[in-house]
Design a protein around this ligand. Structure first.
Ligand SMILES: Cc1ncc(COP(=O)(O)O)c(C=O)c1O
Length: 388
């Protein structure tokens, strides 16, 4: 990665997204999920932007992520839900972080550490973390005893599989049953939450008292058939890097390892200093496109550890604001020769907001057979982030 490669995060887009999402879900509490370095966007800065936008809670995976937020001065309530065996939760108490516990041992440890409040994390069918149904009675009985001693059972949570309305409905019914078991014991946790972006936007009944927005808060769509713009969201992240080399290649010559691409005619290749060490999917070679000088150009040849190559001779006109590319070819032979207008240092946008004519994160996900979540989350922390 060259020093000039940069991830720009538009914090106004984050605030806009929170406004849109708040309107979509009504009067429930909002948690912004900032785990995994805020889906690659940078956890501390995004947490602060979400704090300014008025979200009620922040969600992270583990105590290390939560403590990093506290050390950076983030004051919002933070929930952390995945813990290593033997975690004693003293650090949670020290830094004012609320743990969600998945079993009796974690609940005992939280109580022994003197935590003031806890959320109970339940597995309603996802088979990941959370207590399974056969453990609920014992967990809830012990929670009731601890509540009598002053531990606040502040929340109960689960997580949907997003498999189908039927499967999600089954999980929601299980959740309602679990909450009923707690209420029978005299405990009504004020924060009952199981919906993340997709569930919160689709199911009124899944919103209950809080929803946990990750992906959608960053302006990306959790639905394969709906874009960010369809949801009124603005992707906050733009990844760009300058052209650091320009080279003529002749018809028949290859570029990058294994010559998985060879020029079919004389053309011009631009070199960009981002590769798989920076979190760029290696399989994007010969599949994805980038924006150079207002034109979409294909990434050609294999993406290397620290660089990728772009065929300027195969530029096509950038789309205005839709996901379809207008098909006029502006090759080397076209009047004006687009490639000749590209200079060292010119910015290359890998992905950003489709509404600004950029290739989208969804385009890259489709090109590489993955999901938008992975495209942004895998971006290396060593790429500098800049915020506005
Ligand atoms: C427990 C939990 N809640 C909420 C989220 C946020 O999900 P999404 O990014 O789909 O909104 C996640 C992310 O995987 C999660 O694990």
């Amino acid at each position: 990665m060259t020093q000039e490669a940069v991830i720009r995060v538009d914090t106004e887009a984050l605030r806009h997204n929170v406004r849109v999402l708040r309107q979509a879900v009504g009067r429930v509490k909002l948690m912004a999920v900032v785990k995994a370095n805020a889906y690659g966007h940078g956890s501390v800065e995004c947490a602060k932007a979400f704090e300014e936008a008025g979200v009620d809670w922040l969600g992270v995976v583990d105590l290390d992520e939560a403590i990093a937020l506290r050390e950076a001065g983030v004051r919002l309530p933070v929930l952390s839900w995945l813990h290593a065996p033997g975690e004693t939760f003293e650090r949670a108490v020290e830094f004012g972080i609320t743990p969600a516990v998945s079993d009796l041992a974690q609940l005992e440890a939280v109580a022994a550490a003197g935590a003031p409040a806890v959320h109970l994390c339940l597995d309603t069918g996802l088979s990941r973390n959370g207590a399974v149904e056969s453990e609920w009675e014992a967990l809830f009985d012990r929670a009731t005893e601890l509540a009598a001693d002053g531990l606040v059972i502040e929340g109960v949570m689960s997580h949907l599989s997003n498999t189908s309305p039927q499967e999600d409905g089954r999980q929601m019914a299980e959740f309602v049953k679990a909450v009923g078991m707690l209420i029978e014991r005299g405990i009504t946790p004020p924060l009952q939450h199981l919906a993340a972006s997709a569930g919160a936007l689709v199911y009124d009944g899944a919103r209950i008292s809080m929803v946990r927005f990750g992906l959608a808060a960053y302006g990306l769509s959790p639905f394969p058939d709906r874009t960010s713009a369809d949801l009124g969201l603005r992707p906050a992240l733009t990844l760009s890097a300058p052209v650091i080399g320009i080279k003529r290649v002749k018809a028949g010559e290859g570029t990058s390892y294994g010559f998985t691409w060879r020029a079919t005619h004389d053309t011009t290749i631009a070199l960009v200093g981002l590769g798989y060490a920076d979190g760029i999917e290696r399989h994007a070679g010969n599949r994805a496109r980038v924006l150079v000088g207002g034109r979409l150009c294909p990434v050609v040849g294999r993406i290397a550890m620290n660089s990728l190559t772009v065929d300027l001779g195969a530029a096509v006109g950038a789309r205005p604001s839709t996901t379809t590319v207008s098909a006029f070819e502006v090759g080397e032979s076209a009047p004006g020769g687009f490639a000749a207008t590209v200079a060292l240092g010119d910015p290359v946008v890998l992905f950003g907001d489709a509404a600004a004519g950029h290739p989208s994160v969804d385009d890259w996900a489709a090109a590489t057979g993955t999901i938008n979540y992975e495209v942004v989350t895998r971006l290396s922390p060593r790429i500098p982030r800049s915020y506005r």
